[in-house]
Structures are given as C-alpha cells and as structure tokens.
Design a protein around this ligand. Structure first.
Ligand SMILES: C[S@@+](CC[C@H](N)C(=O)[O-])C[C@H]1O[C@@H](n2cnc3c(N)ncnc32)[C@H](O)[C@@H]1O
Length: 121
C-alpha cells in the first residue's frame, strides 16, 4: 500500500494537504453529517465486536467512534497527513491507521466483517 501517495498526486493531494479535513465534521453542516452517519452506521453495521475496514477514513473521526463502540477498526487513507492525525487520535481510542488506496486494497478476501467508505467516492 506504499504506492498510495503516488496515485493521488496532484490536485487531490494538494487539497487535503492544506489540513482542513480534520475539522470538517465539527462545525456547520458537518455536525449534521456526522450525526446522521452515526445513525446509519448503527443501523447497517454488524453488532460489535466486529472487524471494520474504514476506506478513506481521513483523520479517524468515525474510526475512533467505532472503536469506542467496541469495533476493531483498520483505517486506510492515501494522505499521509490524515493517517498521522488518525494515529494521534487512536491514542485515545485504539484503532489502526495505515497509508492505503481504495483502488488497491492489500487485504485478503474475508478479512473484515464490514467495509465503509465515507467520502472518497
Ligand atoms: C471527504 S474525506 C472523508 C473522510 C472520512 N471518511 C469522513 O467521512 O469523515 C475523503 C477522504 O478520502 C480520501 N481519499 C481520496 N482518494 C482516495 C483513494 N483513492 N482511496 C482511499 N481514500 C481516498 C481522502 O484522503 C480523504 O481522507
């Protein structure tokens, strides 16, 4: 998954490297998005404990929440800044955060009970 940084070079990487993503869900319409997404995840995810792959998980706000709910979460994201912010967040609510790309997942079939991808599409 180390190739992920190359695959999103250019405009997308430049946008996210501005560092605005971490605050996106904490004000304005982001609060509604966060709250509504929690409702939907509660509805559709299998009960905890279960293994969840958070693809394009950004800075780990959902991953941390899911970890606090008893899930084992692995987050992947191609933006190194997001992964380091997620790893810092994981100090409080443990989950794994790795550089990776949705288009080239490096996990065996059946490794997870659920996969979420909130935003990258
Ligand atoms: C709008 S943010 C959403 C982050 C988080 N899932 C959330 O809902 O708060 C979109 C995320 O997709 C990531 N992303 C962009 N291209 C990606 C790709 N090819 N594979 C995986 N993630 C990607 C970005 O780095 C960013 O963290």
């Amino acid at each position: 998954m180390g190739e992920a940084l190359d695959t999103i070079a250019g405009e997308i990487a430049e946008y996210y490297e501005r560092g605005r993503e971490d605050g996106r869900l904490t004000s304005g319409h982001g609060l509604l998005e966060y709250s509504r997404t929690q409702v939907l995840l509660r509805r559709y995810l299998p009960d905890a404990p279960a293994r969840v792959l958070d693809i394009g998980g950004g800075t780990g706000r959902y991953a941390a929440w899911l970890a606090s709910e008893g899930y084992e979460v692995i987050l992947i994201d191609p933006v190194a800044l997001h992964v380091s912010q997620a790893q810092a967040r994981a100090a409080d609510q443990p989950f794994a955060a790795l550089v990776g790309d949705a288009r080239s997942l490096d996990f065996a079939d059946g490794s997870f009970d659920a996969a979420i991808s909130l935003g990258p599409l």
